[in-house]
Design a protein around this ligand. Sequence first.
Ligand code: SF4
Ligand code: SF4
Length: 271
Amino acid sequence: MTVAEVDEILRWAKPTRINVLGGEPTEHKNFEQILRRIVPSVSSTNLITNLLFSPSIAQAIDLIPKSKLTILANAGDLDVDDRLITFSRNWNHLCGFERTASLTLDHSRTADYYVKYVDALTSTMQIKTIRLSMMYPGATQDKAPYFINNHALGDFYWTIVERIVSKKIQTGFDCYIYPCIFKDPKKYARYANIFRLCNGAKDFMNNDEVLFCWPCESIRVKWRDYASYDAMNEAINKKYFEFKNRNLPAECRACDHAGKDCFGPCGAFKQ
Ligand code: SF4
Ligand code: SF4
């Protein structure tokens, strides 16, 4: 996306809050310029980054007023080469900002892997909050399991959440975690407040398209077709719910949770 396109979207959408994400946004050749455009235009900006950048980028970010920017740092795959060193250097450099670490849980790994991973992260950095995402179909289709009634998946999430909470670190999921994956309903009930979140942010792409949210990649509109952000938002939400509500899986039609604490799989599972 060019600087001119960013300016255009800011004028059109008049957002109050923006997530700056990529790919890796700090690798954009105009990253600093774009950040300086966005930050004064909105009340808060959230930079979503892997923190694997040079000291000069860290210095540029550090010039932003601390009350205007939060950082969501993708802390996955740091057990490769010297990534943890770079990540923790930048994490510590940017200590004036509100920082959250995020982990996308790869189901081909074990809960024990993530327990050790969380231990390693928290032994080298002060982390107050870890945000978790589940690996969705779409870009990661080959790895996403069929989750309905998948109790092994419930145990996987449960073990990781328990480890994080035992360290007095706050946590939450970016996406719904479904009641049917817990064999023991008490396990769902205990963390229902963090299992029932749906980030659902609208993603502006570099070709005038807006996605309902990244894992629901087939739900998209062109923002230039709408007079305002609200009109576009209404249209894309309508499209999404029409899509999501068709062909509910048989398990959901027979499920006690249906229509109570669960409305079936989100659209990411129907791509
Ligand atoms: S719509 Fe689905 S994939 Fe998107 S944030 Fe909500 S639960 Fe997650
Ligand atoms: S409605 Fe479907 S997704 Fe939700 S808990 Fe029941 S079986 Fe699982």
